[in-house]
Design a protein around this ligand. Structure first.
Ligand code: GLA
Length: 338
């Protein structure tokens, strides 16, 4: 790295297809404008990385030859450097500055935004395979941060496109751009006030339940399930969510192609009901936020991301006014150097 590099990682909104990525299923996310910016300035001497998280007022420093483990945002930085090195990228001594406008815990994937921005700021190779980079970022979360997340966020952030959602089939990682033409309608997100954390609690438990369901059904992935018949509660409901959610992803793509936004709203509602009742990934703050959005006239509203807190996504028809604090979201460019 001879010069200062600035890279931007966007957050993501998942239009529909929640908790399907680690089940070889389908999802329809897009990158958003808000995100994380990482600046890397070369350090002429030594072999250290110095990092500052401006919004938190915190710092970290470590030797490139002896990275060591850490927690919180530091685990993302150290993990990304370690994974880049393991993948054969030369990481040079530098000072990293992190800032952003995507609150941590909002469920809009500040994690993937940070990982992607770090990668693009630190690697020398401009022509890197973005699917490989997404897998590398996912290893950072799985192996260094302790969150067993899938590939949804990283693919959305690294492979998204302006004006389009990305239909991802996680079985073979094929991606198709789906134009998101909403006319006078708009999508907004509203924070529930409950922070969402992957590395603890419900998320990892749901993954374990899906694995247990697979074992009981004698299949290697829930994509191969034809039903939940015979499974004990709650495994039967977990499987029902995954199967119905996969079907809703294609129904959403069809509704968008037909310009049927009432139907798109109904699918958001159905997804939320399934996440709340079958997947049990909601919390009271999220329920109150969904109710506030529906009361304000949303055609549909659902929790977005891993659940157990975070943000709610809602689709508003022309003329309706979203509640205070709502932020409009639209598909923006993928992670990039500025
Ligand atoms: C989080 C994870 C993703 C995905 C979603 C749920 O955002 O990081 O991998 O599993 O939850 O759809």
């Amino acid at each position: 790295m001879a010069e200062r590099v600035v890279a931007r990682g966007p957050g993501r909104v998942n239009l529909i297809g929640e908790h399907t990525d680690y089940n070889d299923g389908l999802a329809l996310p897009f990158a958003i404008e808000r995100g994380v910016t990482v600046t890397a300035e070369p350090l002429p001497h030594g072999d250290r990385i110095e990092a500052r998280a401006l919004d938190l007022g915190e710092e970290d420093a470590f030797a490139l030859g002896e990275i060591g483990a850490s927690e919180g945002w530091r685990a993302f930085v150290r993990g990304t450097v370690a994974e880049l090195q393991a993948a054969g990228h030369a990481v040079r001594p530098c000072r990293i500055t992190i800032e952003g406008d995507l609150p941590h815990g909002s469920g809009l994937s500040s994690s993937a935004a940070l990982e992607a921005a770090l990668c693009l700021a630190l690697i020398e190779d401009d022509d890197v395979d973005r699917v490989e980079l997404a897998k590398l970022c996912s290893r950072v979360e799985n192996d260094h941060v302790g969150a067993r997340t899938g590939l949804l966020d990283q693919l959305a952030v690294l492979c998204g496109a302006e004006g389009r959602a990305l239909r991802i089939d996680f079985r073979d990682l094929t991606m198709d751009a789906v134009p998101l033409e909403l006319g006078d309608w708009r999508l907004v997100t509203l924070g529930s006030g409950a922070s969402h954390e992957h590395a603890g609690g419900g998320y990892n438990e749901r993954r374990a339940e899906c694995a247990a369901a697979c074992e009981a059904l004698g299949i290697s992935s829930l994509r191969d399930a034809t039903g939940a018949g015979g499974l004990p509660d709650p495994l039967d409901r977990r499987v029902r969510h995954v199967l119905s959610e996969n079907a809703r992803v294609d129904a959403m793509a069809e509704a968008l192609a037909a310009g049927d936004l009432e139907r798109a709203g109904a699918l958001l509602d159905a997804s939320h009901a399934s996440l709340r009742d079958d997947y049990e990934a909601s919390v009271p703050e999220v329920e109150r936020t969904v109710a506030a959005l529906k009361d304000a006239g949303a055609a549909g509203a659902r929790m977005v991301g891993g659940g157990f807190g975070g943000s709610v996504l809602a689709l508003f028809p022309p003329g309706a006014t979203p509640p205070d604090g709502s932020v409009s979201v639209a598909p923006g460019p993928a992670a990039r150097r500025l």
